[in-house]
Unconditional design. Structure first.
Length: 226
């Protein structure tokens, strides 16, 4: 398949230092994303976009390519994923190397499952979406969300104060794992689709507590006790 996997992994993570290559149950966390992409047989090339030599070395060790070093502009705290992906696309265009689809896979996605990437890829082809990503249902109705001011609560949506939870529309949030997109449009195309994951199939990792929860979920998903 003529698809490109892009794994963005800069070196300057703040909340968890060296997060992208920190050991997760025995190997660098980025290795899980690289191996999932390689083993899926969905990609003709798997590359890592990084500004860090150590991350580049780890990425190459686990089978990814690092064809160029990320620019300073896309390695700071203000660059978006779309910025990083666009830089990669332009680098490949300059080399006259084009793909049909790209998939931006986050480097801290140890719960990533190949079958979900395949399901999302089938969806983007079948429905003609510009991009497809996995989402997770909120565990509690967002319409009943509260804000706190000086220890006093107020509803964000007071019109739902008497609404029953079961009568409210389900809301979802980004699973933060991967983003399929048409290579010629990047990640900014307006027609966006999604597949739904369960809570145990994803975990945002922004703190050490998140990290521990992700390890527990991984063990539950893959039964690593034996």
């Amino acid at each position: 398949m003529n698809n490109l996997a892009i794994i963005p992994a800069r070196g300057g993570s703040k909340r968890i230092p060296r997060k992208n290559i920190k050991p997760f149950l025995g190997k660098p966390i980025i290795a899980y994303s690289i191996e999932a992409a390689l083993q899926s047989n969905l990609f003709s090339e798997v590359m890592v976009s990084t500004d860090d030599e150590e991350i580049a070395s780890v990425a190459i060790k686990y089978g990814a390519k690092v064809p160029f070093i990320r620019s300073r502009e896309t390695a700071d705290d203000f660059a978006t994923l779309a910025d990083v992906v666009e830089e990669v696309i332009q680098q490949y265009i300059q080399k006259s190397k084009l793909f049909d689809f790209g998939c931006c896979i986050l480097p801290t996605s140890p719960l990533l499952q190949q079958k979900m990437m395949s399901e999302a890829f089938e969806l983007i082809q079948k429905e003609g979406y510009d991009s497809v990503k996995p989402v997770v249902p909120f565990s509690y109705p967002v319409q009943r969300a509260l804000k706190l001011k000086d220890n006093r609560t107020e509803m964000f949506y007071p019109e739902h104060i008497r609404s029953r939870s079961q009568d409210l529309e389900q809301a979802y949030h980004d699973a933060g794992q991967f983003y399929w997109f048409k290579f010629d449009k990047g990640m900014t195309g307006p027609k966006k689709g999604a597949i739904v994951l369960s809570d145990i199939e994803s975990q945002d990792i922004d703190s050490y507590t998140d990290w521990q929860i992700a390890e527990m979920k991984y063990k539950l998903l893959y039964d690593t006790s034996h």
